[in-house]
Design a protein around this ligand. Structure first.
Ligand SMILES: [Zn+2]
Length: 474
C-alpha cells in the first residue's frame, strides 16, 4: 500500500444524482483512502512525485459492489439449469455431499471471477463462513458478510414439493450464536475490509420467535438484516400454510420492515407489498440474472424504485446465475426490465451503474466509506482499458457513450487494474495474491469428485438434467 495518482480520460466519480463524470480526471490515493479528486492537470502539478497509474486511454471508476452472493456453493455451477425445481431437485442432492474443502475452493473461484471483473465488495451470505472469510483476507477483497440463520433440519431436501418445512428452534439458536461468534471473531480483522449483517435466510425458514429476537438484536447492535423476502412461490406457499398470511404482511406485523431491512429478490411481491417496503425505507437487492434463469421472472425493481426505494444489484449464486459478474447483472437489469415494460427508456445504463456502486453502498449501509470517488472514502477503484474492442470508440462529443458502453457492451474483461483499500489486488488482469491456475485446477478436481459422491442421488432422482442429457441435449 502506498500513495498513487490515478488518472483517466473518463473518471466516473458516481457523485451527485448521475455518474459524476470528469473528463481527464484524476484521483490521489493515500494509504487506504482517497485523498483528492479533480482535474488531472491540476493534481499532476500539485503531486509531482507520486507514482502514476491509469492514463489517457483509461476509465477510472469506483469498484463494483455485489450486494448479494453465495460464494460457498460455486462448485455447483451449471448443475441445475433449464429446470423447474432448481432448489429441491436440482442443487440439493449435490449440496448434501459438499465437504468444507468444496466450499472453500468454490468460494475462492467465485471471488476470483468477481474480482477480475471489477467486484471489490462482496455481500456474501453463507454458512459456514470462516473459510470463506479466510479467502477474502487472502485475496485482499472487501466483504460484507451475513452468516445464514435458519431452523431447517438436515433432511429437509428430501421433503415432497409443497410439504411444510419442519422448523427446529434449537438449530436456529445455534446458528444465531455462531453468527454472533463470527462477528466477534472477525470484525476487527482485515483492516476494516470485513463488515457484518444479520442473515435470517427467509421468513419461511425460521420461526417468528427467533426472527423477533434477531430484529431486537439488529436494533440494539446496529447490524442491518439481509434476508430473502418473497423469493419464490415456494416461500409464499410455506407462509400461507404456516401462518395463513403472505411474507410481506407477515414481516410488517412482526415490525421487521424498516430502513434496516435489506430485502433480497421480492420476486413474488405484489405492487402493494413492493410499495409498502419502499415507503417504509426497506432496501432491495435485485438479482436479475439469477431470478431470470431460476424462475423465468423479473422482480418488481422498477415499482420499488418508483415508490422511492433504494436498490442494489446482486449476482446471487453460481448454480443459479452461472456467472458472478456485475457487468452481466448491470446489463441484465437494464435489458430484462426494458423487455418487461416494452419500453427502452426504463432502467437506463447510468441507473445500473449507480445500483452497482453508490446506491449499493447505501443499501448495505456503507455509503460513508464506499460507492463513489470522494475524499475520505476507501480507495476501492477500477482502471478500465478503453483500448478493448468492446469500448471502441470512446466518444465525448456530440454524445458521450461511456455509460452505455460500460453497461451494454463491456463484459468485465476490460477491467485491467483493481485497487481495494488502497492496495493493488489485480494488475494487468492478474490477481496478485493467489495462484489462479492452481486454484482452478484444484477446484475442477474437487467438483468432479463431488459429482461422483452425488451421482447415485442424482441418477435415482427425477432430475430433469439427467433426462436432457440422455436425450442428447447436454
Ligand atoms: Zn440468495
Amino acid at each position: 500500500m502506498g500513495s498513487f495518482l490515478i488518472a483517466g480520460r473518463f473518471m466516473l466519480t458516481m457523485t451527485g444524482s448521475g455518474i459524476g463524470i470528469i473528463e481527464n480526471g484524476a484521483v490521489v490515493v493515500e494509504g487506504q483512502e482517497i485523498k483528492e479528486v479533480g482535474a488531472s492537470s491540476e493534481l499532476e502539478k500539485k503531486y509531482p512525485g507520486l507514482p502514476r497509474l491509469g492514463g489517457r486511454d483509461k476509465i477510472v471508476m469506483p469498484g463494483l459492489i455485489d450486494a448479494h452472493i453465495h460464494t460457498g456453493i460455486a462448485l455447483l455451477r451449471g448443475t441445475a439449469q433449464d429446470t423447474k425445481n432448481w432448489m429441491q431437485q436440482g442443487i440439493a442432492p449435490f449440496k448434501r455431499h459438499m465437504q468444507p474443502r468444496d466450499i472453500r475452493l468454490g468460494s475462492m473461484v467465485n471471488i476470483m471471477e468477481g474480482l477480475k471483473n471489477g467486484t471489490t465488495t462482496f455481500a456474501d451470505y453463507d454458512f459456514p463462513l470462516d473459510d470463506i472469510i479466510e479467502n477474502y483476507l487472502e485475496i485482499g477483497a472487501r466483504a460484507c458478510l451475513a452468516s445464514t440463520i435458519n431452523e431447517l433440519s438436515p433432511g429437509m431436501d428430501k421433503l415432497k414439493i409443497g410439504e411444510l418445512y419442519p422448523l427446529d428452534e434449537s438449530i436456529g439458536r445455534e446458528r444465531l450464536a455462531k453468527a454472533l461468534e463470527l462477528i466477534e471473531k472477525w470484525e476487527s480483522r482485515g483492516e476494516g475490509r470485513l463488515t457484518f449483517l444479520l442473515g435470517p435466510q427467509g421468513p419461511d425458514m425460521l420461526g417468528e420467535k427467533l426472527l423477533g429476537e434477531i430484529k431486537d438484536l439488529s436494533r440494539k447492535q446496529g447490524y442491518k438484516i439481509h434476508m430473502h423476502v418473497a423469493q419464490g412461490d415456494r416461500e409464499i406457499d410455506q407462509m400461507e400454510k404456516r401462518y395463513g398470511i403472505r411474507s410481506v404482511p407477515f414481516l410488517e406485523k412482526q415490525g421487521l420492515i424498516d430502513e434496516d431491512l435489506i430485502a433480497v429478490h421480492l420476486t413474488e411481491a405484489t405492487d402493494l407489498e413492493t410499495r409498502l417496503l419502499a415507503e417504509k425505507g426497506a432496501k432491495m437487492v435485485h438479482c436479475p440474472g439469477s431470478i431470470g434463469i431460476i424462475d423465468g421472472l423479473v422482480p418488481p425493481v422498477l415499482e420499488f424504485l418508483q415508490a422511492g426505494g433504494q436498490a442494489a444489484l446482486g449476482s446471487d449464486q453460481a448454480p443459479g446465475n452461472n456467472c458472478n459478474n456485475m457487468f452481466n447483472e448491470m446489463k441484465m437489469a437494464c435489458v430484462l426490465n426494458k423487455v418487461k415494460k416494452g419500453d427502452p427508456t426504463v432502467m437506463p445504463a447510468w441507473k445500473a451503474l449507480r445500483m452497482a456502486t453508490i446506491e449499493a453502498a447505501n443499501v448495505l449501509g456503507l455509503e460513508n466509506i464506499l460507492g463513489s470517488l470522494e475524499p475520505g472514502k476507501k480507495a476501492d477503484l477500477l482502471i478500465i482499458d478503453l483500448n478493448q474492442p468492446t469500448l471502441v470508440p470512446a466518444l465525448s462529443h456530440p454524445v458521450r457513450n461511456i455509460a452505455p458502453n460500460l453497461v451494454y457492451s463491456a463484459r468485465g474483461n476490460e477491467v485491467e487494474t483493481v485497487l481495494i483499500n488502497g492496495e493493488i489486488v489485480v494488475e494487468k488482469r492478474k490477481i496478485k495474491k493467489v495462484d489462479e491456475e492452481e486454484i482452478c485446477r484444484e477446484a475442477n478436481k474437487a467438483g468432479v469428485e463431488l459429482g461422483e459422491r452425488a451421482a447415485e442421488d442424482i441418477l435415482s432422482s427425477a432430475n430433469e438434467m439427467v433426462k436432457m442429457m440422455e436425450e442428447g441435449y447436454l
